[in-house]
Design a protein around this ligand. Structure first.
Ligand code: CA2
Length: 146
């Protein structure tokens, strides 16, 4: 199984600012943890970050035939992007929405995810572990209802 991890805007800043909200782990360190766990679980991962909505949309489109599952932390685009939502529907690859923080106990504007209705599920609020839990979810995603 090949899993594509996509990370949205400002996640490249992890570890440097707002540690009280997002922790002190950098995105490179998260990637290393994901790779280590994926190796144990016998799955392949690709890990990318972009600040550009269009680039994220292109990567979702290009995932067709190359990846079985997408794990997506769309960051702020979670709450705004009809384009990403449409891309997830268009490619039809099971997509798992993840967040470091619990978006439901933060500001009201973060409670709404435009992506959640077209994703298989959402993992939110477990810090770096949201990424690790997503590997487990991805491996079992074919067992879950669409
Ligand atoms: O909790 C998450 O993973 C979020 O997707 C993170 C987004 C936020 O807009 C979502 O509501 C929830 C923000 C990512 C920005 O990351 C930063 C990291 C360090 C310093 C500043 C921002």
């Amino acid at each position: 199984m090949r899993i594509l991890f996509l990370n949205g805007p400002n996640l490249n800043l992890l570890g440097s600012r707002e540690p009280e909200v997002y922790g002190r782990t950098t995105l490179a360190e998260i990637e290393a943890k994901v790779r280590a766990r994926a190796k144990e679980m016998g799955v392949e991962v690709e890990f990318r970050q972009s600040n550009s909505e269009g680039e994220l949309v292109t990567w979702v489109q290009q995932a067709k035939e190359r990846f079985e599952v997408i794990v997506l932390n769309a960051a702020a685009y979670t709450h705004t992007s009809v384009a990403l939502r449409d891309a997830i529907v268009a490619v039809g690859i099971p997509t798992i929405e993840i967040h470091l923080s619990n978006i439901h106990n933060r500001e009201e504007f973060r409670h709404k995810s435009l992506l959640a209705p077209v994703c298989r599920g959402q993992i939110s609020g477990f810090g770096v572990n949201s990424y690790i839990l997503a590997i487990e979810a991805a491996i079992n995603v074919t067992d879950t209802k669409k």
